[in-house]
Design a protein around this ligand. Structure first.
Ligand code: SF4
Length: 332
């Protein structure tokens, strides 16, 4: 446990302004995320230094296809989330509070201990598995330390964060993988008990910051797969974020409290075809199909990166197409 940031006093209570929920916490209460609390009148981060997972993953698993392709990254998870998605695949560390294990004293895994786990075969550190926003203090501290030693930081997030803390992360987080969970406020309300607008604002802020961004869109049958609203949000995406921000259209499988059947492959192919008319890089994930697997030059169609599962065969050394010379938006 550590003192947390972005708590404001309101009478006898504290308001947490880290994420758009703005939980009002009386003495002894814990916020919606289950990991930020009012303890004795002080706002605290209960999960500081409490890791639920430390793995080495391929960058492609984040999924980031245009950021250090073919590299591996040390991936950290903690506990808690500020959304409650019915289909959360990591609900046991994100939502199920009975599983939350908070370290204190010697049990805390410090950022310095994370740095010791890194070597030059790894790109750096990814904050992932549960929601890194609700782990803000640790993520920022660790990211500062790691980037100071020349490593990269990656944040895999739902994008539900206020502007001020997000701005504080920009100097140290080099790439963001953000979930755009649906195309409507109704979807966010029903499925995640959240709002769409703050997520769109986060996406816009990341683009303005110049940091690398890729977007994930998990397709749930009958929930976020209708042509017209999908076209509408693709229009917004292309115009506001730009056509060169990669989009990952992912297949859903029944998880947690969502029992709908898995997304039909035809639905993924249909949305991929629509998105391709707006964007230069559209991928299909969690499905064994050839479409949306490799990275193609947006200008001449040359295969730049060939993929099999999470493995990448990178066919270029610079972000320039070897056939036509077009710029290809890949950060090595
Ligand atoms: S970070 Fe947690 S405590 Fe703070 S507003 Fe969001 S859900 Fe509430």
């Amino acid at each position: 446990m550590r003192e947390g940031r972005f708590f404001e006093k309101r009478g006898e209570a504290l308001v947490c302004r880290l994420c758009p929920r703005h939980c009002v916490l009386k003495e002894g209460e814990t916020g919606f995320c289950g990991v930020r609390a009012n303890r004795g009148g002080t706002g605290v981060s209960l999960n500081y230094g409490s890791l639920s997972a430390v793995h080495i993953d391929p960058m492609e698993k984040k999924p980031l296809y245009h950021f250090k392709p073919g590299k591996e990254i040390l991936s950290l998870g903690s506990y808690g989330c500020n959304l409650t998605c019915l289909h959360c695949q990591n609900h046991y560390i994100a939502q199920d509070r009975k599983n939350f294990t908070f370290a204190d004293g010697n049990g805390i895994i410090t950022p310095a201990m994370i740095l010791e786990k890194l070597d030059r075969t790894l790109a750096g550190v990814a904050y992932t598995y549960n929601e890194p926003v609700v782990w803000f203090e640790y993520v920022k501290e660790c990211a500062e330390l790691v980037s100071g030693k020349g490593y990269a930081n990656v944040m895999v997030t739902n994008g539900y964060i206020e502007a001020e803390p997000l701005e504080e992360l920009f100097p140290h987080i080099h790439a963001f993988s953000v979930d755009l969970k649906g195309y409507s406020g109704e979807f966010y309300r029903l499925v995640s008990q959240a709002k769409l607008t703050p997520v769109k604002e986060t996406l816009e802020r990341i683009v303005r910051s110049g940091r690398h961004l890729e977007v994930e869109y998990l397709v749930i049958p009958g929930m976020n797969d209708e042509r017209e609203p999908f076209e509408e949000i693709m229009g917004w995406y292309a115009q506001t974020l730009g056509p060169r921000v990669p989009l990952h259209i992912n297949r859903y499988f029944p998880q947690n409290r969502m029992e709908r059947p898995a997304t039909p492959v035809e639905t993924l192919l249909r949305l991929h075809e629509i998105a391709r008319t707006y964007l230069d890089y559209v991928y299909i994930g969690n499905a064994d199909v050839a479409e949306g697997r490799d990275t193609l030059c947006p200008s001449c169609g040359e295969v730049l990166i060939e993929r099999a599962g999470y493995r990448s065969l990178v066919r270029l050394g610079d972000p320039v197409c070897p056939r036509c010379g077009a710029t290809c938006d890949i950060l090595f």
